[in-house]
Design a protein around this ligand. Sequence first.
Ligand SMILES: [Ca+2]
Length: 321
Amino acid sequence: MQRNRIVIDCDPGIDDTFALILCIKKLDVAGIVAVGGNTGLQFTSRNARYVTELTGRTDIPVYAGYDQPMLGNAVRAEYVHGVGGLGDLDIPEPKKQLENEHGVDFLIRTFMNENDVSLVAIGPLTNVAQALLKEPELKKRIPEILIMGGAAFCGNQSPVAEFNIAADPEAAKIVMESGIPIRMFGLNATRQNWMGEEQVKELRAVGNKVADVCADLLSFAAKMYGHSELCDASTVSWLIDPAVVKKSLMVHIDVETKGEFTRGMTVCDWRKYMGEDPKEDLSHEKQVDADGKEPNVEMAMEFDKNRFWELLVEALKEYGK
Ligand SMILES: [Ca+2]
């Protein structure tokens, strides 16, 4: 079932900002919760408020959640997003204030009282896991979580772990084992979306303030790394236009929390797919799934980056001149 009303838990972040801009224009955003991730909570919660001002939607409440992961030290990605999280943008201190309620309490209040709201989680899963621990009934109330995180194969924070999961593996494990239907957009899908200087020009051509900020952010990423995958924006586009994901597979995923080399890995059980598709199978023979665990995640496998780009540019044009 396609739902339009969402709550976004995020750590803006360059690609989070694109995701917020897309969602605010195309969906009904009930609230935004900030989490520490790409950078510290002081910046992610500021940046979320900045985006509501940029988009003229200061009516959307912004909440601060947790800054630190459930265990261990915080992992940051300031080398990707800049210390303040928005590249080299010099953003004004927002006039909009944070809500007084804690982000976790907002998540609990919203999902315990409202039906048909989807949860979009595009940062470390700390807030979501803390909410599930604080209110055990919550797992029966959240109809779906769309997650940017994990990887079918290769990681980025480590050879096997993706950043959002590696930043709080215990939280990811709690969410993954909650029984809540999960759609996951991992690195295997984001890596199909390479946006660079060519796309910066297209964003500039839109000619409004929101698109200009997007152009500045993408330009920062393109200068640093040659491209951006716009991971979080790619992820939320799945909610707005399901056809951007051309193929997805139901798979059982466990989160590794202990491994010497593999902490934060999303361990995907592909055994039942072996023998079906040579792209996902080197053995070409069906393997026995000895664990018999049911799939708990719908994982994006093939992404239509052209369709995504059309959707993004269309949304930016809708912000007007
Ligand atoms: Ca993010």
